[in-house]
Design a protein. Structure first.
Length: 265
């Protein structure tokens, strides 16, 4: 299951879109975890594939556009994200939790879970479900971030949220990351292959950094309807603009990265 806070966060796809756009435009090096997943699982185009925590379903849309002929399934806990998946011709969209996938044993040839396992209260139960629903000889690919990804930006948001009484207990805390996932995958699948990507976000101006930081507000307890949201955004924006004003010619660089962990079933 996911927390009510996360369900609120993903009720509107706008913040997710802003985060995706930021990583596409402002990464120091090309950043494309979807391509890395495809390289890891080496699809033939006929596989029965389930994308767990499918988000706005762009991964499935890309597969369909590339001519994937096998059945495609998008599973998410957010009705908005399930609706996005359902809008893609040929995709079966399912509202469900990763720990309780409503499919029989040995259903899928491939299961992907991209940037979602750290939202799951019991990631080991989710991994067990990935294995249960994947056929023998199939593949499971999981993407998670490095610990403390984008620390400068997250610390800035936390500081401004904290100044308005929003505590760390209201913030999102990752339960699994690139340090902890490999051992969890080995426990579930026996062996795992790791592809590691190290990168950074680099901002040369205040506006895109402000937009990205605001898109992270929900993970820090600053919900869309929080009474102090606008005040927090105003204070943070002024802080960011002041940093650029006092650091002419310098960029705001924030380290990030992820791994693609792939296991055979």
């Amino acid at each position: 299951m996911s927390s009510p806070r996360l369900e609120v966060e993903y009720a509107d796809p706008t913040p997710l879109q802003a985060r995706i756009d930021t990583h596409r435009k402002y990464s120091e090096k090309p950043d494309d975890p979807g391509t890395d997943v495809l390289a890891a699982i080496e699809l033939t185009g006929t596989e029965h594939l389930a994308d767990i925590g499918c988000g706005d379903a762009r991964f499935l849309a890309n597969l369909a556009a590339r001519g994937h002929h096998g059945p495609l399934v998008g599973i998410d806990t957010s009705p908005a994200m399930v609706a996005a998946a359902a809008a893609i011709p040929g995709v079966q969209a399912v509202l469900a939790y990763a720990e309780q996938i409503p499919f029989d044993d040995n259903t899928f040839d491939v299961v992907t879970a991209r940037h979602m396992l750290y939202h799951v209260p019991d990631p080991r139960a989710a991994l067990a479900e990935f294995r249960r629903t994947t056929k023998p000889g199939g593949a499971v690919a999981v993407v998670v971030n490095h610990p403390h990804t984008c620390p400068r930006t997250t610390e800035l948001i936390a500081a401004h949220a904290g100044s308005y009484g929003i505590t760390t207990t209201e913030a999102f805390t990752a339960t699994v990351d690139s340090d902890t996932l490999p051992a969890m995958m080995i426990d579930t699948f026996g062996t795992v292959r790791i592809h590691r990507s190290d990168n950074a976000l680099v901002f040369d101006a205040a506006a895109p950094l402000i937009r990205f930081a605001e898109a992270l507000f929900g993970f820090h307890g600053v919900t869309p309807d929080h009474p102090q949201r606008q005040a927090i955004l105003t204070d943070m924006s002024e802080d960011i603009e002041d940093w650029f004003a006092h650091h002419p010619g310098q960029s705001w660089r924030d380290p990030k990265g992820y791994i693609v962990a792939t296991a055979a079933t």
